[in-house]
Write a protein that binds this ligand. Structure first.
Ligand SMILES: Nc1ncnc2c1ncn2[C@@H]1O[C@H](COP(=O)(O)OP(=O)(O)O)[C@@H](O)[C@H]1O
Ligand SMILES: [Mg+2]
Length: 294
């Protein structure tokens, strides 16, 4: 997991103020690139014949999905079709479920994150996650950001990192005068932005979001959607949503999942969001996005 894409220099420069690892400075990046590198760098993640079991139960079957870099990919589909399972397999979060077992590969920067020599903690730092219900730590707003960064070995200016992360999560103006107050004192939408700030603070490349707005009111939802669009200039985002309007509004690509044989979920269609919503090739996708699926 040591290799970084050659063109990450742009992101590194933009994050220069929170220089966490000196080995990532722009001048150290290789200058020459091949076409294969370019193709590689358009992909943030790629699953290959991914299957996840819970005990004997096959929850998702043979998922082959290519997640594009610095784009928003929405995963949609009826309840129970394996959206959360797929999302959680993208950063090895499924391993925290004792009976879960994963087969196949998830390629991240040229390497299978499930390979033996890969540290799952490092995978989860570089591929972060935001959950359905905002889950700040029972700590101050400041500590919510600082804690993960410290655990991950951040030794730079913590005040600067907290400010930068909260600014990127569009929360700074609302909390800058009460950083010592509990994260729980914030509204639901603010708590979710705090969780996004916390995810950003450890400098991930990918952020996974599982129905991040389902507990929020429409105004808070709108702010998170707006924030996602801003974040997509820097990060790759994969979002699970049951809200078709949301998928259509925020995402660049949409992956449609559905239950197949023996109740195993699978990817039935994947395309640009516009195509999925206007001229899908699978009639099941059309039924689902137009609300006819019953
Ligand atoms: N921890 C678990 N243990 C056993 N079965 C699970 C677990 N999590 C999910 N499942 C099963 O896997 C299938 C897919 O679930 P999930 O990924 O949560 O679907 P979705 O997010 O699309 O609603 C469902 O049948 C669900 O019951
Ligand atoms: Mg789910």
């Amino acid at each position: 997991m040591e290799e970084r894409p050659a063109d990450s220099s742009e992101r590194v420069v933009s994050l220069a103020q929170i220089d966490m690892s000196p080995d990532m400075k722009a001048e150290d990046q290789p200058k020459s690139r091949t076409e294969a590198d370019d193709a590689q760098q358009e992909r943030a993640l790629e699953t290959r014949d991914l299957r996840v079991y819970y005990g004997d139960f096959l929850a998702i079957r043979d998922v082959n999905l290519e997640v594009k870099r610095r784009k928003i990919t929405a995963i949609i589909g009826p309840s129970g079709c394996g959206k959360t399972t797929l999302l959680r397999s993208l950063n090895r979060m499924n391993e925290l479920v004792p009976i879960a077992r994963t087969e196949g590969q998830v390629i991240f920067q040229g390497q299978d994150i499930y390979a033996e020599n890969v540290d799952p903690v490092e995978v989860r730092r570089r591929i972060g996650m935001v959950f359905q219900n905002p889950n700040p730590f029972p700590k101050s707003i400041y500590a919510n950001i600082a804690w993960g960064a410290r655990i991950n070995g951040y030794k730079g200016d913590m005040d600067a990192l907290v400010e930068e992360s909260l600014k990127r999560a569009a929360l700074w103006e609302e909390v800058k005068d009460k950083l010592d107050q509990s994260g729980y004192s914030l509204s639901g939408g603010q708590q979710q932005r705090l969780c996004i700030a916390r995810a950003i603070a450890v400098r991930p490349e990918v952020i996974l979001m599982d129905e991040p707005c389902s507990a929020l009111d429409p105004v808070a939802t709108f702010r998170i959607e707006e924030l996602m669009r801003e974040l997509a200039s820097t990060y790759t985002i994969v979002i699970v949503t049951h809200n078709m309007q949301q998928a259509a509004r925020v995402s660049d690509y949409t992956a449609m999942m559905m239950l197949g044989e023996e109740k195993a979920g699978g990817l039935i269609e994947y395309d640009e969001t516009n195509t999925i919503f206007t001229r899908p090739s699978d009639p099941r996708t059309e039924d689902y996005v137009t609300g006819r699926y019953g």
